[in-house]
Write a protein of this length. Sequence first.
Length: 274
Amino acid sequence: MSRIAARFEALKAAGRKALVPYFTAGHPSRDHTVPLMHALARNGADVIELGIPFSDPMADGPVIQKSSEAALALGVGLGDVLEWVREFRVDDQATPVVLMGYMNPIERMGVAVFAERAAQAGVDGVLVVDQPPEEAQAFVPMLRSHGLDPIFLLAPTSSTERIAQVGKLASGYVYYVSLKGVTGAGNLNVEEVLGALPAIRAATGLPVGVGFGIRDGQTARAIAARADAVVIGTRLIQEIEAAGPAHAVEKAGAFILSIRQAMDGIEANDEAQS
């Protein structure tokens, strides 16, 4: 059983939902990536989505775009991201790690080389925003041959046929984009999101995570009432930015702890572990 499947099984048995934070690798600096990953895991992250910096992130709003540009300005590439996952695995063999990004850096490295190196580093899943199921016939088997879960996006505009395609190809979990917009948009309608989940569940037995536009504990808890996972990225990156490099790790841990507590119905009065 993969780390992702094992984590979701354990959460289901405990009656809990997954918290999946996203941040961009290499931001705010190269030295922050691994400490941030550990802080998120210690403070309630069940799966970590690690963003691969890319110059043209079509699905991302200005906050994630800015973090990606900052990482690229530091020379961060896909090889660095894989090395940071490897470093994270020295002390954490349990927390699943999903790489999220775009196809260009992977193709530049070479799909087969990427799959092998990602598996060796300890990556568990790969979510490529601009790799639709219609074009993934070669990519998915390559990932699976190295024990990597291919994770796909679904959106409010996804057709019944697209949902069925994703249901056949995906593993790990399915990521439902909660709104018609980019990451961090502020027009999330919780009832519309929850109303879309039954059609997805009818096409796949995989856990369904919801992301894009979730910014606070109240919304995270409302989504978690029906979804299997809550993905939160833009607001986390804003917290990291506001804290500044000296306090980024501590602030990120505290924020994720507050979301975890809200999802679990716990009063947020414990101190985060940085």
